[in-house]
Every structure is written in structure tokens, then in C-alpha cells.
Design a protein around this ligand. Structure first.
Ligand code: BTN
Length: 262
């Protein structure tokens, strides 16, 4: 699918949203995440702040991963005081999954009859391919920067081979293009709902991680520090832990570098 001409975000419609207090919009930026982290360190003022760019030149993912950001996709970071939404200030493993649930809820109506769900620890997959990634950074004072990349109208022409091999977009899956401003506003509303709900009813909300887990029954390999663990995925616990059936029985993990296969 070719890119939509003049497919820019509508700043006026974004600014009317009540999900953030301030908007930082840029055509291009190295990374909205790094920009939001910089704002968090350097500035006081009303929060949340939404930092959004049409294109990133140094988008980053979890660990050493990069996030390839084409025009026509969505890349944004939300700088947030967690207390304002009832959240604890310390980093918790389930936070990026709660954002993943929000993305599934927002994209779901646009991808009817498509298999859409979570890949632990921080990905949203559709029809076996990655459509969105989440990166949550927590600063020493507890401030959160929630970074989200979503493939919307972008094609993968010119993308690195590994992205072409495993990514998809809303447009690719549905054969039409989308109003990115509307998608962004829906995702922001959904993120607020999810995070507030996850703080209010953690067990009930946490059950959704397992319902949406797309890795169940698959052979996974997890590197946790120097240790390599192999097992069959038994779902995701309400507290965000990955459940693996290993040679030692069922074990739960909160971090690690995951690979599919043995
Ligand atoms: C991952 O897949 O590991 C997470 C990807 C997160 C990408 C988003 S795009 C907006 C924000 N800015 C970044 O540099 N990264 C996040």
C-alpha cells in the first residue's frame, strides 16, 4: 500500500484532547522518548506532556533495540506523573502490558476478525506480526515516560530486513488508510482508561494480559542475566509475569530477553 499524501497529524484536533496538558509536535526528531525524558529533567509545568513526531531518526525500543519510524506511522511519548492517574511511582512489570491492552482496545475495532493481542513483555501483534511496541521509562523521581510506536498507514519499503520480516501495519492488514489523528486520540484515551483501571482493580485488569496473550503454547527461550531458560508459554500472570513451563515446573519471570523457539 502506498503512503497517503499529506498524511500529517492535525495539531488543532490533538490540542482539544483532555488526555494531556501540553503538546510538543515536531515533523522530525531523533526520539520522542529522549525528548520527553529531557523535558522531565529540565522543566516544571503542567503534565501530562505529549511529545509526537511525524518521523524519528533514532527511535529506540526495549534494551538495545531500535524502533524504525516511517512517515505514516505513529510515534509518541507521554510524560506523566503516575500519581495523577492513581499509579504507584515505582516501575512495575505490568505497566507496559497495561499500555499494550490499551492499544489492543483502540486498534481492535479497526481490525475486526484479525488476531490481535499481546506478546510479552511489550509488544502488540496482529496476525502474527508486530504492529506496535511500547517502551516505559521511569525516572528516579517516579515520573513516567510512556513511549508508543504504531504502524498505521506506513509501508515497510526501505525498512531494515528484520522489520520487513516481522512487522505489519493497520493499512497493510485492512487494505485502506486511517485517520492517524483519530487513531492517536483513541489510543491516548484508551491508555488513560487502562492505566487508571489497572491501578483501581489490578487483579481484574491483570486477567486481560492472559486473555490477550498470543504466545501461549509456544516454545520460548528467555535470557535472564547469565541464565538461559527454555519453556512452553503458559500465559501471563495478572502481575505481568511471564509463565513458562520449564523442566523444573511452572516458573514466572518479570524480565529478560525473549526469543521464540528453542
Ligand atoms: C519496542 O518495540 O521495543 C518498543 C518500541 C517503542 C517505540 C516508541 S516510538 C515513540 C517512542 N520514541 C522512541 O524512541 N521509542 C518509543
Amino acid at each position: 500500500m502506498s503512503r497517503v499524501e499529506n498524511d500529517l497529524l492535525d495539531g488543532n484536533r490533538l490540542a482539544a484532547s483532555s488526555t494531556f496538558a501540553r503538546l510538543v509536535y515536531s515533523d522530525t526528531m531523533p526520539s520522542t522518548q529522549d525528548h520527553a525524558l529531557e523535558l522531565a529533567r529540565s522543566q516544571a509545568g503542567p503534565l501530562p506532556i505529549l511529545v509526537v513526531a511525524e518521523e524519528q531518526t533514532a527511535g529506540r525500543g526495549r534494551g538495545a533495540n531500535r524502533w524504525w519510524t516511517a512517515r505514516g506511522s505513529l510515534a509518541f511519548s507521554l510524560l506523566l506523573d503516575p500519581a495523577a492517574w492513581g499509579l504507584a511511582p515505582q516501575p512495575v512489570p505490568e505497566r507496559s502490558l497495561a499500555v499494550g491492552v490499551a492499544i489492543v482496545d483502540a486498534l481492535g475495532p479497526r481490525l475486526r476478525d484479525r488476531a490481535l493481542g499481546l506478546h510479552w513483555p511489550n509488544d502488540v501483534f496482529a496476525e502474527g506480526r508486530k504492529i506496535s511496541g511500547v517502551l516505559v521509562d521511569v525516572l528516579p523521581d517516579g515520573m513516567h515516560v510512556i513511549g508508543v510506536g504504531i504502524n498505521v498507514n506506513n509501508s515497510f519499503q526501505g525498512a531494515p530486513a528484520e522489520v520487513q520480516a516481522r512487522a505489519t501495519s493497520l493499512a497493510e492488514l485492512s487494505g485502506r488508510s486511517f485517520d492517524r489523528t483519530e487513531v492517536l486520540l483513541d489510543v491516548l484515551t484508551s491508555i488513560r482508561q487502562s492505566l487508571v483501571e489497572s491501578a483501581r482493580l489490578p487483579a481484574e485488569f491483570g486477567a486481560r494480559f492472559d486473555e490477550l496473550c498470543l504466545q501461549r503454547g509456544r516454545q520460548l527461550t528467555l535470557d535472564v542475566g547469565q541464565q538461559r531458560v527454555r519453556g512452553i508459554c503458559a500465559g501471563i500472570a495478572p502481575d505481568g509475569g511471564l509463565l513458562l513451563d520449564t523442566a523444573r515446573g511452572r516458573e514466572k519471570f518479570y524480565s529478560g530477553v525473549l526469543r521464540h523457539g528453542a
